[in-house]
Design a protein around this ligand. Structure first.
Ligand code: NDP
Length: 282
């Protein structure tokens, strides 16, 4: 069994992103990511601090905008304003959103050219069509890790557990674009373990701590664990029971240290790309 080292992948990406950011700064452009935070959620606050810290290290500006008790209209208006700001290159909106507001609704107000976490329907539509677009960073991180691992995807059987618009569906579309044969599972899937056992590549994105045990995994399969579930002791558990699955898997991502660090770097790489795009269009 090989551990798929997300921190090492993030380090390699960091060099790439730093170099691109430095080039842009040399041309008078400070790549800037705006993060709208419409929640007091502690997990979200932790994630946003981590994005801001990493951005600082690679030479990007991160502009965090906290909104207190906002309605959908206020969030939409802020996203629209930030999208119109020529000094902002990437715009993202954090979740959880207030009751009754969906990311699909407010994501519409992010300019597709600045939609670095793929929240706008236009970005997702382009992904469905197999055209170039910004892809949700977590889904892109799954593919980035598989690619760096050298996993053969063409013709491989891939099973994704989870069908959310931010993780499961875009991950499935990206795997399909690589010519994998993809099955998407969810809470109504029957005989989930048996379906998962068919996978050469198993992506767990259900948000259920350690639900994927050894009975879900075909010996030698590559297992990508997207889950980040808070544990009572303040730690983080994946969706995969790592201790039990690792001896069977061919390769597996740990949590923490797998998908998470790569997600943050891809968000920043997308921001640099958006800055390059805005430069090319001006
Ligand atoms: P959602 O809650 O939006 O979606 C969860 C999906 O899993 C749903 O499609 C749901 O099915 C399915 N599901 C839930 N329980 C089961 C079950 N018992 N069996 C089969 N399917 C099930 O979560 P997200 O997609 O936003 O996130 C998934 C996980 O990824 C979470 O742990 C989250 O914290 C993590 N995450 C990690 C990131 C990172 O950078 N590492 C970034 C973003 C998320 P149904 O549709 O039927 O309800």
């Amino acid at each position: 069994m090989r551990d798929i080292d997300g921190r090492a992948a993030a380090k390699a990406l960091r060099e790439e992103v730093s170099a691109a950011a430095e080039r842009l700064r040399g041309e008078g452009v400070l790549p800037t990511l705006a993060v709208v935070v419409p929640t007091e959620d502690e997990g979200t606050a932790w994630y946003v601090r981590s994005i801001a810290r990493t951005a600082d290290k690679v030479g990007l500006r991160c502009k965090v905008e906290h909104l207190t008790d906002p309605g959908g209209d206020e969030i939409a208006a802020r996203l629209r304003e930030l999208s119109a700001d020529p000094e902002v290159h990437g715009v993202i909106c954090q979740t959880p959103l207030p009751e009754g507001v969906t990311l699909a609704e407010v994501g519409w107000y992010i300019d597709p050219f600045k939609d670095v976490d793929g929240a706008n329907q236009v970005s997702l539509g382009r992904l469905v069509q197999g055209r170039r677009s910004f892809v949700p960073a977590t889904a892109a991180a799954v593919l980035e890790l598989l690619e760096r691992e050298g996993t053969e995807l063409s013709g491989a059987r891939a099973v994704v557990v989870g069908r959310s618009t931010v993780v499961g569906k875009p991950a499935a579309l990206l795997l399909l674009a690589e010519s994998a044969t993809v099955t998407v599972c969810h809470s109504r899937t029957k005989e989930l373990a048996a379906v998962c056992r068919e996978a050469d590549v198993l992506v767990a994105a259900a948000g259920r701590a350690r639900m994927i045990g050894p009975e879900f995994v075909r010996p030698g399969a590559t297992v990508i664990d997207v889950g980040t579930n808070p544990t009572p002791d303040g730690g983080l558990a994946g969706d995969v029971d790592y201790e039990a699955v690792a001896p069977i898997a061919g390769a597996i991502t740990p949590v923490p240290g797998g998908v998470g660090p790569v997600t943050t770097m891809l968000l920043l790489r997308n921001t640099v790309e958006a800055a390059e795009l805005s430069q090319a269009r001006s």
